[in-house]
Design a protein around this ligand. Sequence first.
Ligand code: FHN
Length: 436
Amino acid sequence: MKKHSITIILLFICLVSGWSQVTKYVPTPENEKARAWFQDARFGLFIHWGVYSILGDGEWVMNNQQIPIKTYEKLPAFFNPTEFNAAEWVQMAKDAGMKYITITSKHHDGFAMFDSKVSDYNIVKKTPHGKDVLKMLADECKKQGIKLFFYHSQLDWHNPDYYPRGNTGGDYTGRPDKGDMNKYLDYMDAQLTELLTNYGDVAGIWFDGMWDKKDAEWRLDKTYSLIHKLQPAALIGSNHHRPPYEGEDFQMFEKDLPGHNTTGFAPEQKIGDLPKEICETINHSWGFNLQDARNKSAKELIQYLVKAAGYDANFLLNVGPMPNGKIQPEHIALLKQMGEWKRLYDETISGTRGGPLSARDWGVMTQKGNKVYVHILNWKDETLTLPKLGKKVVSAKIFLDKTPVKFLENDFGLSLKIPKDKMNDIDTVIELELKN
Ligand code: FHN
């Protein structure tokens, strides 16, 4: 048989048997289990912490103030977070009702907040503190039973091999006009290997920065396979503001509810089938910003959590610790208020999925089994009429004290009569039981 015919036959066999799809990502059972856990968790703490906190001007300060690498490299010598207490951070997150923490292992400035052997530009080698804060946090998370994700910036303003440079970290950095992107990606994979080898079970890697060089070859397949091989249960998500790529395990939405694009970050972002997460700041900054006092109110934050759950998404709420290692007291107070609310209403958030109706102006729904929770966030009238839910309603009550709520189902839909004295300014939750 001629060589040409053999190739065609082999190609045919490949297509029929599905061999051509060998690169298609099939999550392992551990990964599927982790995805379900993630969806049930619904609430996490985001932490942006790095040497930039010293300047009190957010995590983009290097780029915004056009600080050359040689100058920025002076910062680590001043980073001495003697007040850092991992146990306090974890306890604070748990008290807020959060089920996981996502912390920056390396942000765009390229400085590793962990003990990296592949680069000296890290917290252990370059700061007087000299401790691996990520290890301390990982150990504490394990002790207190809360999961830990690592945020990792693909974009790097420090490494010369991050070349060609992207839309940020330009000439001001003082890097040479040459570099080898593949070498940079090897370096990134080596740091990820460290993170996934030396810190126990890692719940996932939260990537950020691909948007800096949208059309570059990021070798996602290689990096994602490496992560899934090292820790199959670790979930991969990436803040590329696009629909998920092959190999990702959850989809994230920055500062927006899924399907909204008020920030303008994500014009191409369609909602996929993966578990979803939205992230938001407690004030208006990710990294510590001395002048940012525009804190969101407890009501806004709780309503954000509720809306996220109604959109079938997790809420990852960010704080930017100060250079001394403490979290701003006003942020701790807000998280405490969220925790107080969540202790009462946890059943209507944790372990739920988005409700049978999509979000409306008045609020959202969550559901668990045959229970549907109607979260009324913005409604003043006593009667609220919803479209029919597909299944008959057996009972309706105020979730908190089980006071019966009058309801009427007819051709116009489902009308609920909310007792005036039970209306709650933050969230009036009505529990509906649906016929099985
Ligand atoms: O540039 C980053 C920013 O500093 C921060 O980390 C956020 C978090 O979602 N993500 C990037 C912007 O898309």
